[in-house]
Design a binder for this molecule. Structure first.
Ligand code: NAD
Length: 250
């Protein structure tokens, strides 16, 4: 009898179109806390600072909190083994696309190429007036920054509460979800929609759902076929070793 790791490895190797779907949990071992849960960001900060209407009416206050959360603390974070293994699985053709809810750029830094950013990217800063984009070097870390080109208000290029999901990311994500026969879900509560609809769509199309999470999520009892309980940085190396072992046998 195969154990769950062996079954998950087999599903991934045999998949025609496997995709990965990641949430804040995959970056916890890189030192970035999730929003929810005991050590979550919302225990320290009010989510209103990330509401789009609040941002436009109180940009100074919003930027102070945004700088503290996303740029002062997390700027030095590095990809962990789970990010690196996903990049390697893509290189080997096992993972066809990676849809992430994260805005931390760690998948790209790990080497993943086919990353669909459902909620944008904090490493890109956009001027809401002229539309020019900048790297984080434009931030001066003392209050809110102005566009060097037109003096318009700058905004991190991630999706605030109350904002639309970028149209291309939405289209691409659901196109992959439609084709996928396996989705590897890592570190997501499944509470944030429409992102959570991606694995649900795979399940609806009769694809298999493999979930990696130290706790249960909204997916676990609803759509998950194989639940690999544990931290991403611990489970993914075990899964990767098993994939290698099974591939050596074939
Ligand atoms: P979440 O914060 O709602 O949930 C995190 C999930 O990760 C939980 O299910 C938790 O059990 C799990 N988890 C905790 N530690 C883990 C570990 N070591 N390995 C694997 N899983 C672990 O996250 P969410 O569902 O992704 O939704 C929050 C939204 O907030 C996201 O859509 C994202 O846009 C944003 N966010 C992004 C970052 C980031 O870019 N790193 C961080 C916080 C929030």
């Amino acid at each position: 009898m195969l154990n769950d790791i062996q079954k998950a490895a087999k599903l991934l190797i045999q998949a025609r179109h496997a995709i990965a779907f990641t949430g804040a949990g995959i970056s916890v071992e890189s030192g970035i806390p999730p929003f929810r849960g005991e050590k979550g960001i919302w225990n320290k900060y009010d989510p209103q600072f990330l509401e789009i209407h609040y941002f436009f009416s109180h940009p100074q206050k919003s930027w102070e909190v945004i700088l503290e959360i996303f740029y002062t603390h997390f700027e030095q974070s590095k990809p962990n083994p789970a990010h690196l293994i996903l990049a390697e699985l893509e290189k080997r053709g096992i993972i066809k696309a990676l849809i992430t809810q994260n805005i931390d750029n760690l998948h790209q830094e790990a080497g993943s190429q086919k990353v669909i950013e459902f909620h944008g990217n904090s490493k890109k800063i956009i001027c809401v007036n002229c539309g020019k984009t900048f790297t984080t070097e434009v931030l001066n870390h003392s209050g809110f920054p102005w566009c060097p080109e037109c003096k318009g208000l700058l905004k991190p290029d991630f999706v605030f509460f109350g904002e639309q999901i970028p149209a291309q990311a939405l289209t691409d994500s659901f196109a992959h979800a439609k084709q996928a026969d396996v989705v590897l879900v890592i570190g997501s509560t499944g509470e944030v929609f429409p992102a959570a609809q991606v694995p649900i769509e795979v399940h609806r199309n009769k694809g298999k759902v493999i979930e990696v999470n130290p706790g249960t999520s909204n997916f676990t009892y609803q759509i998950t076929d194989i639940f690999l309980k544990g931290k991403a940085g611990e489970i993914m190396p075990i899964l990767f070793d098993e994939i290698n072992a099974q591939m050596d046998l074939t």
